[in-house]
Write a protein that binds this ligand. Structure first.
Ligand SMILES: N[C@@H](CCC(=O)N[C@@H](CS)C(=O)NCC(=O)O)C(=O)O
Length: 217
């Protein structure tokens, strides 16, 4: 059996696919993207319409989109790891939260990062302010949501989506003391062994963060 994940250690969406693999202790080969690995980059470029990573290769199957990779792992590789809740309603709610993190946390964080990549000297002030305002709304919604949904202890689709999104979003717009439940959840997520492994493996690449990585985490 071949199980390989193509991605980069500093990539938030790569973390999202690595976390379930690490948490379930699933053996796999990590195939890094970069100029020194042109074959890996070419494989990723040809795998999906946008050529984005992560990409999972399992025997003859190629799977892209981090959420779909997690669904695939649950269905075909580690069905007993609990990545998707067994109860159908709980599974639906997990998928809803996965969309919240991708669309409203990761997406807005990435919008700010992209403006800094586009023009490092003078990122567009209106667009970065608008993205931070959308991120603020997402943080406030999550702080409210957490009052009725205390964090669970395991690693499901929700934690896989939440950990990288909150890790990097906090670098773009600090969650701050005014949202104690969200700040506490981020800290708990970073303490999970599967997540802390991603944080450590990404550490050598922090200089590449276009806004400048903060001296913490
Ligand atoms: N919707 C995709 C997003 C993946 C994505 O944005 N990946 C980034 C790295 S974190 C990427 O491939 N960037 C390089 C590029 O866009 O060419 C997913 O969920 O996997």
């Amino acid at each position: 059996m071949t199980l390989a994940l193509y991605g980069h250690p500093f990539s938030s969406y790569t973390w999202k696919a690595l976390i379930p693999l690490y948490a379930s202790e699933t053996p796999f080969e990590f195939r890094a993207i970069g100029p020194d690995q042109p074959d890996n980059s070419a494989f990723v470029a040809a795998s999906g319409p946008a050529g984005k990573f992560p990409v999972l290769r399992h025997d003859d199957n190629t799977v892209f989109e981090a959420t779909t990779i997690i669904e695939y792992l649950h269905l075909n590789v580690v069905p007993d790891a609990g990545l998707i809740p067994a109860d159908p309603h709980a599974a639906l709610m997990a998928r809803k939260m996965d969309r919240v993190f991708d669309n409203y946390v990761m997406g807005n964080m990435q919008d700010v990062v992209n403006e800094h990549l586009r023009n490092p000297e003078a990122p567009d002030a209106d667009r970065t302010a608008e993205a931070r305002a959308r991120l603020t709304k997402a943080y406030d919604w999550l702080e409210h949501w957490l009052a009725d949904h205390p964090p669970a202890s395991g690693v499901t689709l929700v934690e896989c989506a939440a950990a990288p999104a909150l890790f990097y979003a906090d670098w773009v717009l600090p969650i701050g003391d005014g949202r104690p439940r969200l700040a506490d959840w981020r800290a708990r997520l970073l303490a999970l062994p599967a997540v802390s492994r991603c944080v450590e493996d990404a550490r050598p690449f922090r200089a590449y963060f276009p806004l400048g990585a903060p001296d913490r985490d």
